[in-house]
Design a protein around this ligand. Structure first.
Ligand code: NDP
Length: 484
């Protein structure tokens, strides 16, 4: 792999680092607008080679017959490699998606923890002996699919890559990882770490390139047997269509428009901190961002005023600045999209309580920065209330009582996450049961654990990643009968 940051970065197929200029593209630092690297882009030849290489590697006895404890040991060595390269990985993520340094470091640590977790799952999860209904012994065992394609987004690349690659390898598959063009470098580094850890060549391949030119043909390739995707709902739908043609299983973790709910009896200081963290951390580029705030009418005005005052003091700065709390948007194109949505809301009569503009600070003028923004006076059918913005934009809304709240909160095509603030645990329980969302946080928000299954209701996705069953996502069950 070329070490110079200015040379063309190669993709990894088998144990070969392959440079390909014809589909190459630039990795851009969103904090400064400068080009970080030039990255190879796969053509059909590399796509075919990657699928063929992965297919041959997964059938080799060295991998096919490797016992679970030995596979687990490899995953632990990958975790150690991630820890040993933590600074490099965090820096690559920071210069490619602009997340603040502390968050990049935390995400690297979480990626290593994910590999260790699935090492544990790999060597402890059992096949089953099922109850016989005759003179036989019946068992269920779990086989890998073969070649799994993992497609990851740019907002939390390493976290998502670990969440897919670790369980898919634990399950005995070979993986082709297609990272977002915005954040290819951490994935390439992960490929290098895997080879150094002793993963057989071809079991993890990193194929870079643009989504439509590389991701699409990989999904359609007959040699790919399962796809695990995280990204936007429109792309997820296109992948599901292509998978239907092949009758191929997919796991889709898609967009969200998560309601964050504050009842009048809540601990308001704690709720304000959580609402701010829930939407402005990572500049709002999080699938679980609490982007619709619902405050009970009796406290709405004072709560939203205090919230806006505190959010206004967030420090928007270069991601490696010492006390930075919010970095830039991950790309200039994404900032344009956010600006377009806020401007449309303004034209439709929204009140801009905070932000709604780029920061005035000259030091940030060349980056894709956007201020924390709070919109109010919105109709329930406003585009900003209904569509995912994927930026630091909070829609402040109110509700009267539980029934009104549930009707508004569930009035969305999405159902990824939600948060409820109240000291009444009976009410919290009632609301948690009625919310149409894959995760419900009560008196906390964005609490994520690798041991708890995660995924969406409705158009927020299909399937559940993480947890023990996160390994089963990458396996198919097989019944075996021994006549007695
Ligand atoms: P996409 O869904 O387009 O990108 C996610 C991944 O899919 C990337 O690796 C992308 O590659 C790849 N991809 C793109 N098109 C195809 C295709 N036709 N076939 C296979 N793979 C493809 O997200 P965007 O970057 O365009 O963001 C659009 C919106 O999606 C955001 O504004 C946000 O609303 C949402 N989103 C949600 C995320 C989540 O975590 N739920 C994460 C990211 C985005 P490449 O980057 O090279 O195009």
């Amino acid at each position: 792999m070329p070490e110079s940051e200015l040379s063309l970065k190669s993709m990894l197929i088998g144990d070969q680092w392959i440079a390909q200029e014809s589909g190459a593209f630039d990795s851009v630092n969103p904090a400064t607008g400068t080009v970080n690297f030039r990255i190879s882009g796969a053509t059909q030849a590399e796509i075919d080679l990657a699928v063929d290489t992965a297919g041959r590697a997964v059938r080799q006895p060295a991998w096919r017959d490797m016992l679970p404890h030995a596979r687990a040991a490899l995953l632990r060595r990958m975790a150690d490699g991630i820890d040993a390269n933590a600074e490099v990985l965090a820096r690559l993520q920071m210069i490619e998606n602009g997340k603040v340094w502390s968050e990049c470091k935390a995400q690297v640590a979480s990626a290593a923890a994910t590999f260790r977790y699935y090492a544990g799952v790999c060597e402890t999860l059992c096949a089953e002996v099922t109850p016989p209904r005759g003179n036989y012994l019946s068992m269920t065992r779990y086989d890998p699919y073969g070649v799994v394609l993992a497609i990851t987004p740019w907002n939390s690349p390493l976290t998502m890559e670990a969440q897919k690659v670790a369980p898919a390898l634990a399950a005995g598959n070979a993986v082709i990882l297609k990272p977002s063009e915005v954040t290819s470098s951490p994935a390439l580094e992960l490929g290098r770490i895997a080879l150094e850890a002793g993963l057989p060549p071809g079991i993890l391949n990193i194929v870079t390139g643009l989504g439509a030119r590389v991701g699409g043909p990989l999904v359609q390739h007959p040699g790919v047997r399962m796809v695990s995707f995280t990204g936007g709902t429109a792309t997820g739908r296109a992948i599901a269509h292509a998978a239907a043609e092949k009758l191929m299983p997919v796991a889709l973790e898609l967009g969200g428009k998560s309601p964050h709910i504050v009842f009048a009896d809540a601990d308001q200081d704690a709720a304000i901190d959580a609402v701010i963290g829930g939407i402005f951390e990572g500049s709002g580029q999080s699938c679980v961002a609490g982007s619709r705030l619902y405050v009970q009418q009796s406290i709405a005005q004072s709560f939203i005023e205090r919230l806006a005052a505190r959010a206004g003091s967030l420090r928007v700065d270069l991601p490696d600045a010492e006390r930075a709390q919010m970095g830039p948007i991950a790309s200039f194109g994404q900032r344009e999209r956010i600006e377009g949505m806020v401007e449309a809301a303004r034209r439709d009569g929204a009140q801009v309580l905070l932000g709604g503009a780029r920061p005035g600070d000259e030091r940030l003028a060349r980056g894709a920065f956007y201020l924390p923004t709070i919109l109010a006076g919105l109709k329930p059918d406003a585009t900003v209330v209904r569509e995912e913005i994927f930026g630091p934009v909070l829609c402040a809304l109110t509700f009267e009582d539980e029934d009104d709240l549930i009707a508004q909160a569930n009035d969305s095509v999405y159902g990824l996450a939600s948060g409820v603030w109240t000291v009444d645990y009976r009410r919290a329980w009632r609301i948690a049961q009625r919310l149409e969302a894959g995760s419900v946080w009560i008196n906390t928000y964005k609490q994520l654990s690798i041991s708890t299954p995660f995924g969406g209701f409705k158009q927020s996705g299909i399937g559940r990643e993480k947890g023990i069953t996160g390994m089963r996502l990458y396996q198919q069950s097989k019944g075996i009968y021994f006549g007695m």
